[in-house]
Design a protein around this ligand. Sequence first.
Ligand code: 3PG
Length: 336
Amino acid sequence: MGYSYILPTDRHRIPTSTGKTIELTTLIKPMKVLIATEKPFAKVAVDGIREVVEGAGYELALLEKYTDKAQLLEAVADADALIIRSDIVDAAVLDAAKQLKIVVRAGAGYDNIDLEAATAHKVVAMNTPGQNSNAVAELALGLMVYAVRNLYNGTSGTELKGKKLGIHAFGNVGRNVARIAQGFGMDVYAYDAYCPDEAMTAANVKPVHSAEELYKTCDIVSLHIPATAETKNSINHDLVNLMPKGGVLVNTARKEVIDEEGLIALLQERTDLKYMTDIMPVADAKFRTLFEGRYFATPKKMGAQTAEANINAGIAAAKQIVDFIKNGNTRFQVNK
Ligand code: 3PG
């Protein structure tokens, strides 16, 4: 095992036989940053990450479109830093990554990282909040248009203008959804237990004070809640049933927040409702068969799949790694 982790304060100059001195850091193997993305970044984003990583004097390794966890376990073995997307970093990956100091989820949600295991392995875990939120928000609006135009099936649909939109969680994505929806002329409401009313009213968004009130009020609800112990299965039959006739539920958040069996039962009872999702449900085949024309799921999560979002999140991840290694900056650490 080589010395691959050197803080600036550890730098020393050592004498050589010729009498000259050389810096110790030139004798050691460079830090290795691994990008492990089952769903790859755009090439332009990888190029940008490379520039940052190599500019810092580190080495970049790439594992893309891997199909087997064994490939990931092998690739992380000598990585000092790891950049991932929705890739699972669990105890097995952390066990295999003997040199790992930092893992950065290039994106917002970090439910794919076992934070306790990361802490136990003395690995810093970070995300890059806000970097891909416009891309996800644009897709949410795209799914809304697709829904109200009857999945482009040639029949007469409705418009978003004048409709009530409910934003469930007013974080980075929710705020971008509000901004774009206002451009469509929508009447925007939001519910977020952790966000003060003032932040919503400042964005011309009407705050409501319970999820029930949001679903009761709004023609379209757009989900932006993270998958946590509190939110898992929370979008259930009774909650969605509060939506007015013709309601549309749009999910660009996580599949885990949906109580799938409850939603299936509701869509059977209420043939007026539609479900549009960027995260394919476990029961996708059942949804597809039962709800043709009022259900749509992207084949792979597409919200953050734009060159811009990849560049923003990927380069932010690379810069955070360099700043952590060189300066100890832990600003975006999520496993404190
Ligand atoms: C996120 O949490 O940032 C989004 O869900 C995007 O995830 P992805 O990087 O897997 O596309």
